[in-house]
Design a protein around this ligand. Structure first.
Ligand code: GLY
Length: 343
């Protein structure tokens, strides 16, 4: 681990002024920038990847990609090749990235490639397309020089899969990362509960750089033990992620199907364009999800985080238990609990 990243992780949950190296925009008292927000407390890892880029006045796009790489490097239930597999025992990854000019790239159902967020960026920069899936996405990644990994499950995912096969239960559990943390198993342990149920949680990062530009990324192994071929909201621009450099940026985590139904992140950003604060916008989007089926909503989690051009941020979830990590020049790295629709 690079020294700067280790130091950043050590500063987690501590207010650490770092004005000695603050960009001019911050010292002039302009909008709070740079600023980076990531879903969940594992956002500490993503933000640690993004922050060095932002701190050296780099581009938001580079920062979010580095955030994605950092979390994909980390073994977890829900992101990267260490994530839980689909029903057939294969890990399939989804990711997307979007910059301040509405350039975007996305990959879905990608197998045996370690950094889907970087492949998504290549789709954005090296092809006339926005989205590549499955075999075609993998072929493109190989052409771009990404190595083909061995496809073996991580020891923890293997164990979780075997346990899941005992019952083949297919029901979501809310707030896996948080729950694991509270269970004392460590925040990044693979998900598997004693009753054989499972969950998934996506890592998303949005940021504003010192020039005032926004970008975002989203990366996930999707729902654990999903049907083969299932793709959630995360690689879908407008659902799992949306960035508009005039209005704001939003990223989602939780039950992808519910987020897709309302084009969640596009909705959050459009609400901000129409004057809503990031907090208001997240709350309205979650209310829209719940309103569609309030009974069903009792059993799934969905969450948004958002920022606007002023560097204001917001977060909201269907249920308690969602948290997110925010890092700026004054409070390098802070984990905050989100408010929620249900208490
Ligand atoms: N939000 C990630 C998924 O549903 O796959």
């Amino acid at each position: 681990m690079k020294k700067s990243r280790r130091r950043f992780l050590q500063n987690s949950l501590v207010l650490v002024p770092a004005l000695g190296c603050a960009p001019l925009s911050y010292l002039n008292g302009e909008a709070k920038k740079p600023l980076v927000l990531s879903t969940w407390d594992s956002g500490v890892i993503a933000n640690a990847g993004a922050w060095p880029v932002l701190q050296s006045e780099g581009r938001a796009l580079d920062a979010v990609e580095q955030g994605g790489i950092a979390i994909e490097d980390h073994i977890s239930c829900c992101v990267g090749l260490g994530g839980n597999p689909d029903r057939d025992g294969f890990v399939t990854l989804d990711a997307c990235i979007m910059d301040e000019k509405a350039n975007c790239g996305s990959v879905a159902f990608l197998e045996r490639i370690k950094h889907p967020v970087s492949v998504a960026r290549k789709v954005m920069e090296e092809t006339p397309h926005v989205m590549l899936v499955g075999e075609g996405a993998q072929q493109f990644a190989l052409e771009q020089g990404f190595p083909l990994e061995d496809g073996k499950l991580s020891p923890d995912a293997e164990k979780a899969y075997k346990k899941w096969l005992e019952k083949s239960a297919y029901k979501p559990v809310k707030n896996i990362e948080r729950t694991q943390l509270n269970k004392g198993k460590g925040p990044y342990a693979p998900s598997m509960f004693d009753d054989g149920s499972f969950n998934h949680d996506t890592m998303g990062t949005i940021c504003i750089d010192s020039h005032g530009d926004l970008s975002g990324m989203c990366t996930t192994s999707g729902m654990g033990f999903k049907m083969r071929g299932r793709v959630g909201d995360s690689p879908i621009i407008g659902s799992g992620l949306f960035v508009d450099n005039e209005a704001g940026a939003a990223v989602a985590t939780g039950q992808g199907e519910e987020i897709i139904r309302i084009s969640g992140c596009h909705l959050v950003v459009e609400l901000m364009r129409n004057g809503a604060t990031p907090q208001d916008a997240c709350e309205k989007a979650i209310a829209r999800i719940v309103k569609r089926d309030p009974v069903k909503a009792k059993d799934f989690q969905a969450c948004f985080i958002a920022i606007n051009k002023k560097g204001e941020h917001g977060a909201f979830a269907v249920h308690p238990g969602f948290n997110y990590t925010i890092s700026d020049m004054t409070q390098e790295n802070k984990v905050l609990d989100s408010k929620s629709y249900f208490s």
